[in-house]
Structure formats: structure tokens, C-alpha cells
Design a protein around this ligand. Sequence first.
Ligand code: ATP
Length: 351
Amino acid sequence: MAESYSICVLPGDGIGPEVVDCARRVLDALSAAGGPVFVYDVQPAGHGTFLECGEAMPAASMAAAKAADAVFLGAMDVAEIPSGGGDPLGDLRIELEVGASVRPSRTLAGIVSPAADIDCVVVREVTEGLYSRIEYMVGDDAACAVRVISRSASTKTARMAFEQATARQRVRAAVGTDKPTRVTSVHKIGVLKLTDGLFLEACADVARDYPNIEYETKNIDACAMEMVREPGHFDVILATNAFGDILSDVAAGLAAGLGLAASACIGDRWAYFEPVHGTAPDIAGRGIANPCATILSAAMMLRHLGEDAGADAVEAAVYAVLAQGDVRTGDLGGTASSAEMTDAIVQALSS
Ligand code: ATP
């Protein structure tokens, strides 16, 4: 009998519910083809939830997230939630103890990308750094944000990066690719001497446990330029919160764009999966959002659950439809609706 998994679904705002429904159709098609069974627990969270009940992440939604085998998110309009209304993504990261976010980006057959050959993954710390949410005013003239870097969170994130590198090295060995497996940690040590000093120290300590993985460090500004000039150099990019936030969007833009960028936030006990894009209010409600980023996030969830065959099948179906090129959403230059794109992926999955 196939495995059964409980999935807490937080559709969120804007295009979130639309793309989550598409991904669920793909997961259900996988189940129908003899794959694992998914039991969904759909819970409210986000700006719409705040407007309805005064809190953006109700306690029952958080409890459901903690009780599930995995959490699957659409997108949340966190910028619209007034201060005091809650920070659903921040709370989720803290409560689920997910220290690191993993965001892969690579060029795909059939997709015209600014970079000819990018295949990298950004591993980013997500609970502290410049996004620690500690801000205060100094008199009337200055506002300060506190950049918290801890050895424990840095070590956890670095370990995630080296584990990602090890997995990539294994895949490369299996298919005979000679790209070196490399972790690049990103900093601004010349200015942020204490915080990035501690971050780099933690990274170097972890690197010593992985002698077969090449390790280097780069200044954030030089790294951003090199990503554009020589994207093929990068493999696993290890970064603190804000630097990683920015570089993962650079990587997504250099590869196939936000409509194809998936992500996972993984901790020791819990994990959640979501597309990199936001709520896209400009296209929400029109049924034209590209569902691929969310479907590829579902594939990351399958891999995390140990369902490698299912993850491979879903990724192969998405890549086949993109390579074939007939069915594409507007962001990729086509005219297909989200539903039509999903139909094509479901069909590729079962063929
Ligand atoms: P938020 O504040 O929620 O992050 P945003 O509009 O600032 O919303 P995104 O939602 O990431 O940021 O959207 C940026 C641009 O990319 C928008 O023009 C949006 O329409 C487009 N976009 C984002 N996701 C998709 C998608 N899945 N399919 C098609 N276009 C998308």
C-alpha cells in the first residue's frame, strides 16, 4: 500500500490559492497513478485571514502546521498586515524551527533565460540577520535595525548548504557531470566585522567536516556581479538572511524567472514548501498565474518526504511541458491559463 502523508495547506492571498490548487491537482494525479496518498488540511493564514479574524496566523493554523508531515504554502501578502497583526511567515519559521531556506535555480530546456548556464541553489538563513525584526528610533532623525547573527543558526544553515552540496555531488557522480561541487559563502566582512566574522567562522568550521566539497567566500557585491557575469561558476551559495533573499531572486531572474522558482524551508523536525514569488496582486483572480513554481515546490516536498520517484516524475513532467513549448502561461510568452498549464503537466505525468 502507498504511503499516506498529512499535508497542512496554507493557500494564503492573491494568486496563492490558485497556484496551490494547481499543485494539488498534480499531487492527486501522482496518487491516482499509484503514488503516495495526500490528506490535506487546508488552514487560513495571511492578510485575508487578518481582515477576517484580526490575526494573520491563527493558533489553530499553527497547530495544524505542527501536526502535519509537511506544510505547503501559496503566498501571503505580509506587507499589507499592519504592525501588531502578526507576521505569519516569520512566526511559521520560528515555531517550525526552520533555520534555512533552500532555493534552486537553473536554466531549463525550452526557456530563454538571461544566463545560458546557471545551476545553483541558494541556502539562506531565515530567522535572524537583518530581518530579525528588531528596529527602533533614535530621536527623530534615525531609525535602526539590529542585525543578529548567531553561531548556532549560522552553523545550522552552513550544514544545510554542505548537505545540499553533498547531494548534488552524488547526483553529478551518477550522471557523470564534471562541474565542481562548491559552496560559496557570502559576506561583507570589511564592514560587518563582528556579525559576518562570526558567520564566516561558523561556515569554515562546518566546511572542515566536508573535505570533498570545495569551499570559498565572496563579498556580497562581488558575488552579485559574478553571478551575472559568470553564473556557471556558482553551485551552492550560502548566505545570511537579507543577502540570501536578494541573491536568490537574482538567481531566479538569471534562470527561468519567478514563475518557475521553487523553495523549501527545512528544519530538523518540520519543513514547509512554497514558491519564491509573492501574491502577484496584478494578476490575482484571473487564472493566468504560472503554477510551475508551486508544482516544483511540491516536488521538493516529495523529495523531503523521501518520495524521490514521485519528485523525479513531477519535475520531469514540468520540464517536458516547458521543453515542448506549446502550453505556456503569459509570463513565459504564452497564452495558456493556469488550468491549461496544469492539465498539460498532469497529462505528461501520466504518459
Ligand atoms: P508580494 O508583495 O506579495 O511579494 P509582488 O507583486 O511585490 O507581491 P510578486 O508577487 O513576486 O511580487 O510579483 C512580482 C511580479 O512577478 C508581478 O508582476 C507578478 O505578476 C509576477 N509574477 C509573480 N509570480 C508569478 C506567477 N506565478 N506567474 C506569473 N507571474 C508572476
